[in-house]
Design a protein around this ligand. Sequence first.
Ligand code: SF4
Ligand code: SF4
Ligand code: SF4
Length: 262
Amino acid sequence: MKNKRTHSLNFLSRLIFLLLSPVFFQYFAFGFIWHSIYWGVITFVIIIWSTLILISPFFGRIGCGWFCFMGTIMDFAGKHSFCKTTYNRPKTWIKLLILIPFFTSAFTFYFLNKEHGLTHNFEVNPDFLPLNMDMHYKIVWMCDIFFAILIAVFLDKRWGCRHLCMMGTLTSIGAKYSRLLVVVDTNECTNCGRCEKECLSAIPLLNYIKDNKGLIANPECLLCGKCLQTCKSNAISLKFIWNRSKYKQENKASSNSFIHGS
Ligand code: SF4
Ligand code: SF4
Ligand code: SF4
């Protein structure tokens, strides 16, 4: 019941952010981070994403699994993907190839603007980029959505999140230390593999259940709750684990019985 509630809340949150995206697009879309740096202003989009990056060592990739409308679109479109979702480690060189030009070009323009006295020295002005629903804005919004659908259908649902998105890259660094984790109760788990099959990021959950005492400590976990909803044994939950080693130590005995029983 508790798990179903988590999944329902997740669904509601994603739906709200998806519906809000045409209006508040520039508060969520990364392209506007570039514009904010260009002008040297701390805008809403910078505040929102900096917060999500800063809290990732505690709350993992909650922004990716609960708020990001691009992720939601990829999940919907990915249901009709031509590719089977498989887990493969994100490639660092592709991520750097995106991150470096993005920030280098934005800061280059910032310093050029500064020379001409056009920057704002990174003053905090959340509303600096005013909401503007003109044709240019709508075209960018539609292009982003089209791009997300294209990737999800022709690659796989979260391929873009794992390999392309710079916010995914930055939040996954913090998520390595996340205190909020998906946890499997190894006493309840029947090793059916349903959670692994349904995982949006195709994380090899069964390996984590066996080798990591049920702690799904993978930085690609989006905390989306899909596995919670899938598990018929109600063995999965989202928990704050402050000390991973202590948790694993405490769960050693029960985990051993799981391994021998499987
Ligand atoms: S990785 Fe990027 S696109 Fe994917 S959900 Fe996270 S922020 Fe959104
Ligand atoms: S769906 Fe539940 S019972 Fe099946 S493997 Fe995953 S955690 Fe275990
Ligand atoms: S492990 Fe569960 S919560 Fe994490 S990404 Fe996979 S389905 Fe979502």
